[in-house]
Design a protein. Structure first.
Lengths: 383, 397
């Protein structure tokens, strides 16, 4: 397993280098969502890091840009020294396309937003042809799925090994209206009685406002499983924490496989995200009453009104299926009951007896006990 | 010669589709039982999609089907069969956000592909990328301005679609997973819990005080006064959000934007008192406070809706016409209670609403009803011009 870590100063770099890390993310403010370096600072810093011959320096360019901002940025970048970076990490397809056309470095493609199927990942990789040196996968992908992807793709994978989980990214400034503080970067936290969780970390900078999960993600106590899944690179993302004091605990945990010291020193709780399992569609079946979802076969229409023990009105909806006196219908109630009944007589809205009716019409008949409004009506296959 | 932009309305079910089409939408977008972003919505069965497409085409409207979830591998397994069905029934396009879904659509069908706003396509280079993937139209991110959209269209050669009305994600679409981590529901596969609408207590790091605010909630978009900008920029389609919203909403936005668009195409301006009428109409439906958001300049602090969620509407639909017997009665499905003596308003397909005081309200067995109950059928006096799917409403008390 190889490690990559974002660093913002020479002290962080020296510490990580001493601990054996050889790949570094450099994040300029204008390019990276969470960047802290001016463009010139970033290229100078990259140059200084590269005095060590055995390091790889990666430019992080993951912010999103509307057209006007993007045009301005590209203008500013005319004087930027891209050459000092070994690889470029991109996320927005516009930036991806621009880098493909205008730079020569290998591209690390960040697919952390969505991209939860092999077909998507294969197509992203194939668009970049041989330029793609790495795919950064979504933290929502479980290990067993990543294992399958590994068998079908030969581009190396990266996951976030430890760090904050980004939940929300907007270009709008949401914190400055709450404060008189005119600084460009504002930080805070939010809690809601309507949410089962509290202590969401907030950040506002020149790219907009970000919200983070209260618990950080850590896969450090299951490194074996991560490796088995075919992940070659692990991101150790301490950019929001005290790098100097925590990084040694991270490396110690990786070397020993024991995370107790790390957990007790880390400022927030950890969890493994969705690496073990992702069941975020399991609750969908509870979002609506499936008993009244219409089944297409033999569907006639819906009960619009009922006068108990007297009459009920049905709106016929299926063009191919009319209803005639003498037909047998099956009614499925919202409560899940099924009623079957032969129809003796049909009426129209004027109360006149009719022999049959077709789609679009409302027909009336004798009420069938237990049938309520919104029940679905089907033509019975048995006479 | 000016070309009208398409008015694209939401349709959460077959009734709303018919209402939107009859009130003037050029196209509607709908969802099947899977693959979209509105898992809790009623959505369409196969037969309903077939019927909806036939109905829309009979009225010279188009139907687009959303497949815009960030689908997982297991979701893709059944997709080819659905695509084959959509192609067979003549759906006009599918709306997709995921590259794997796009590849699947291209592999198994010849369906036209529109890129969902969920993909947050924001600039020319991004649009070119999606064009290379076989996309014909991009529904641009809500952060993109009209002039930017015009440039994206010119430079990419793609059709462009912008939102003109409705609720807005505060986040870049597709870039919010709050529900995934806090509620166990995938927001990008239809399980959004609307956490951005919650009230929060906020502590800023350098400030000692706690602030209570709905700081992540966006006002609703309303772009009616910008129709000239949209048309002059050659924006191909103007989309209204809201598949979960009511038939009243679908009908009103379709009617209002149709009338405003037609007026502009005919006269070359919107300098008319009708603009006030149209805006009044848009206040009669359920909405939050309105904003033009980023349509002209990036949305600022005044685009935040710092209030608890609540129904804000001046009118309510009390019924939908089901049948008419001219000179005798209209049979309507009741959506909100009313009584004999009340004055109701018929919303015709075109033109001004028609008031009617109710001489009688009867159940379908012709017995007098002192107060109608929602979910029942009643007969009310016949109203000139009333047709099935017309909406009947009244001012909220």
């Amino acid at each position: 397993m190889k490690y990559i870590t974002p660093v913002f100063d020479v002290h962080q770099f020296n510490l990580a280098y001493q601990e054996g890390v050889r790949e570094f993310l450099i994040a300029p403010t204008k390019l990276s969502r969470f960047g802290k370096l001016e463009l010139r600072e970033a290229s100078d810093f990259a140059l200084s890091i590269k005095e060590k011959n055995d390091v790889t320096v990666v430019l992080e360019w993951d912010a999103l840009y509307c057209q006007n901002k993007f045009s301005q940025l590209i203008n500013e970048l005319k004087s930027f020294n891209f050459e000092v970076f070994d690889e470029i990490r991109v996320q927005d397809p516009g930036v991806f396309g621009w880098v493909l056309k205008n730079l020569n470095q290998p591209i690390q493609l960040n697919l952390e937003t969505g991209n939860h199927n092999l077909e998507a990942i294969k197509n992203w990789a194939s668009y970049g042809k041989k330029r793609i040196s790495r795919l950064i996968l979504s933290p929502e992908l479980p290990g067993n799925i990543i294992t399958e992807y590994r068998k079908n793709l030969d581009v190396p994978f990266e996951l976030m090994g430890i760090g904050r989980i980004l939940l929300f990214y907007t270009p709008r400034e949401l914190l400055s209206p709450l404060s008189n503080d005119k600084r460009e970067v504002l930080e805070g936290s939010a809690s809601s009685e309507e949410s089962p969780h509290s202590g969401f970390q907030l950040l506002q900078n020149e790219h907009g406002t970000f919200m983070f999960n209260p618990k950080d993600q850590s896969l450090l106590d299951q490194i074996d499983a991560v490796e088995m899944a075919g992940v070659a690179h692990l991101r150790l993302d301490l950019r929001f924490h005290d790098y100097q004091s925590l990084f040694p605990f991270v490396m110690s945990a990786l070397q020993s496989g024991k995370t107790d010291d790390l957990k007790s020193n880390w400022p927030v709780k950890f969890f493994a995200g969705f690496f073990r399992v992702n069941k975020t569609d399991a609750l969908f079946k509870k979002l609506k009453n499936r008993k009244i979802v219409r089944q297409d076969q033999n569907y006639l229409g819906v009960v619009l009104d009922v006068i108990k023990k007297e009459t009920m009105g049905i709106k016929l909806k299926t063009r191919e299926l009319g209803l005639s006196a003498g037909d047998t219908i099956e009614i499925h109630t919202p409560e899940g009951r099924v009623k079957k009944q032969k129809i003796d007589q049909l009426f129209n809205s004027k109360g006149e007896s009719i022999s049959n009716a077709t789609a679009g019409q409302i027909v009336f008949m004798k009420h069938i006990g237990g049938v309520s409004i919104r029940s679905s009506v089907y033509k019975s296959q048995q006479a | 010669m000016r070309t009208a932009s398409e008015i694209l309305a939401p349709a959460g079910n077959l009734e709303k589709l018919k209402v939107a089409v009859l009130y003037g939408a050029d196209a509607v977008y709908i969802g099947g039982q899977k693959y979209g972003l509105r898992e809790a919505s009623e959505n369409f069965t196969y037969d309903e999609i077939r019927e909806g497409v036939e109905f829309a085409h009979q009225h010279q409207s188009k139907v687009f089907v959303v497949l815009n979830g960030f689908l997982h591998d297991s979701d893709l397994e059944t997709l080819p069969e659905f695509l084959s069905f959509l192609e067979n029934v003549g759906v006009d396009a599918v709306i997709v956000s995921d590259l794997g879904v796009i590849a699947t659509v291209r592999k198994f069908s010849n369906l036209e592909i529109h890129l969902s706003t969920q993909a947050s396509c924001l600039n020319v280079e991004a649009a070119k990328f999606w064009k290379d993937q076989g996309v014909k139209r991009v529904v641009l991110g809500r952060e993109v301005s009209i002039p930017e959209a015009a440039l994206i269209k010119r430079e990419s050669g793609l059709e462009v679609e912008l939102f003109i009305h409705g609720s807005m994600c505060m986040a870049y679409s597709g870039n919010c997973v709050i529900s995934n981590y806090t509620q166990g529901r995938d927001s990008n596969r239809g399980g959004c819990a609307h956490s951005c609408r919650f009230g929060y207590e906020i502590e800023l790091n350098d400030d000692q005080k706690k602030i209570s605010a709905y700081f992540m909630s966006s006002k609703d978009l309303e772009g009616i006064r910008l129709i000239p900008d949209f048309v002059e920029a050659n924006i191909d389609s103007l989309k209204v959000e809201g598949r979960m919203k009511s038939a009243h909403y679908a009908g009103t936005v379709s009617k209002v934007y149709r009338e405003a668009m037609d007026f502009y195409i005919e006269h070359g301006h919107l300098l008319t008192d009708k603009i006030y009428e149209w805006e009044k109409e848009l206040r009669k439906i359920s909405h939050r406070e309105y904003t033009q958001a980023s349509l002209l300049t990036p949305a600022g602090a005044d685009s935040i809706y710092d209030e608890r969620e609540h129904e804000d509407k001046e009118y309510q639909v009390v019924g939908v016409v089901q049948e008419t017997v001219p000179g005798e009665f209209c049979l309507i499905e009741v959506r909100a209670a009313f009584c004999p003596g009340d004055t109701l308003e018929l919303m015709p397909w075109k033109g001004d609403c028609v008031d009617k005081e109710l001489d009688f309200v009867r159940d379908f067995a012709d017995r007098p009803v002192p107060k109608s109950r929602p979910g029942t059928l009643v007969k009310i006096p016949w109203m000139q011009g009333a047709e099935p799917y017309n909406l009947i409403r009244r001012k909220c008390p």
